[in-house]
Design a protein around this ligand. Structure first.
Ligand SMILES: [Ca+2]
Length: 398
């Protein structure tokens, strides 16, 4: 859509958690088909982190002993539990109306405001590729691109956004995001996430963006391989892609002097701080019912990911209980799962994906949710304590 002279004005991030910001004032012309829009959704913004149980232990602590180097840094975390995580991000655009951001797009198959679906408030922005595009069978790829140009004063950080897509299936459609011609969100990732999520779900994606002026391009392409024939319309018979709630968050750094963690989970479970705050422990006997988790959850924002180091001791046995680490932005929901009888702490590490990573450290009782009868037939759980201990958590930023 043609637009007036771009206003280079990217909101400055704030180092401290901020309340929900207000949308930007009107700048862009109204979309032509606004009067034809139907099905106004009136969703309220949902929190990204679920609230933990109310009876969590509250401890004030901070990041200690950070070793900062030009190429990366090591952030050492104390066990620091809060009732809910504060959101360090600032909303840049909710696509309710024109914003001050420097958006641009080609005139062919442009993105446009839509009230068909919304994640936040009443509207979103939708790609120019729709069910109508599916009638076009030229044997050529059809692109619908949307570009955001950041200002020269832009501080490096992570952009997050919600995508709703019904049918991101190769070879028919692909969706990816580039920053200055480098693909930061791969089409394989969006394809896997959209097919594994329910059709109505808004999936959160994130990309790291360096400081200064950058071109961030959202690319939605129909028939990316230029095939002469394609599979018929996918499930539901509707194509399309919507974006909403574009946000900015600074990278997790030593400046924060603080990393918030929640402590809770299903089945009435939580971790207990022991050893003068040095360690935490969770046990299956404290988890009610046939199964459940004790979860520690926190969020890391990084440019290139990093390595999460921790010390773990286990007295668990499969399939009765184990310890698992998962990342929200990973196609695999569980990155690591360990169990066994271990008399001392063992140092381990796991790779943290770049961008926004919601990290969950779980002591899991009956993770396979097997029946009591089956569990009993597989061997007694009482040969172990059913406990996991953790020590010395640190994030080595790449
Ligand atoms: Ca919105």
């Amino acid at each position: 859509m043609p637009r007036p002279e771009p206003q280079v004005k990217t909101p400055k991030p704030t180092p401290k958690p901020t309340p929900k910001p207000t949308p930007k004032p009107n700048k862009r012309p109204k979309p032509n088909n606004a009067q034809n829009a139907v099905g106004i959704a009136d969703f309220v913004s949902a929190p990204t982190i679920s609230a933990p149980r109310p009876d969590v232990v509250q401890v004030t602590a901070d990041l200690t002993g950070p070793v900062s180097t030009p190429g990366g840094s090591s952030l050492n975390f104390k066990w620091d539990f809060v009732p809910s995580l504060s959101d360090p991000s600032t909303q840049l655009d909710s696509f309710e109306q024109d914003s001050d951001l420097d958006w641009s797009m080609p005139s062919l198959d442009p993105w446009d405001f839509s009230t068909d679906y919304a994640y936040d408030k009443r509207a979103s922005i939708s790609s120019g590729i729709s069910s109508r595009t599916y009638d076009t069978m030229s044997g050529d790829p059809i692109y619908s691109n949307l570009t955001l140009t950041t200002a020269s004063k832009f501080d490096a950080g992570v952009l997050t956004f919600r995508i709703k897509a019904n049918a991101l299936m190769l070879p028919t459609e692909a969706f990816f995001v580039m920053v200055n011609d480098k693909v930061e969100l791969l089409p394989e990732v969006t394809s896997a996430r959209s097919s594994s999520s329910a059709a109505e779900e808004w999936v959160e994606y994130s990309i790291p963006v360096g400081k200064g002026k950058k071109n961030i391009k959202w690319v939605h392409v129909y028939n990316p391989f230029g095939l002469q024939s394609l599979p018929s319309m996918p499930r539901g018979g509707s194509a399309g892609l919507w974006m909403d709630d574009l946000r900015y968050a600074p990278f997790t750094s030593n400046d924060d002097q603080h990393l918030e963690m929640t402590n809770g989970g299903d089945g009435g479970a939580s971790w207990q701080i022991i050893n003068n705050g040095k360690s935490v422990v969770a046990e299956s006997s404290e988890i009610n019912g046939n199964g459940g988790n004790a979860d520690i959850q926190f969020v890391l924002y990084s440019s290139a990911g990093g390595r999460l180091d921790y010390q773990v001791r286990t007295s668990t046995s499969a399939p009765n209980d184990d310890f698992a680490i998962s990342f929200s932005n990973d196609a695999k929901s569980v990155a690591e799962a360990i169990f066994g009888e271990n008399l001392g702490f063992e140092t381990r590490s796991v790779t943290v994906p770049k961008g926004k990573a919601v990290v969950t450290l779980s002591h899991r009782k009956n993770p396979g949710r097997l029946s009591r009868t089956l569990l009993g037939s597989l061997g007694a759980a009482d040969t172990t304590k059913g406990k996991t201990w953790l020590n010395d958590l640190s994030f080595n930023v790449w």
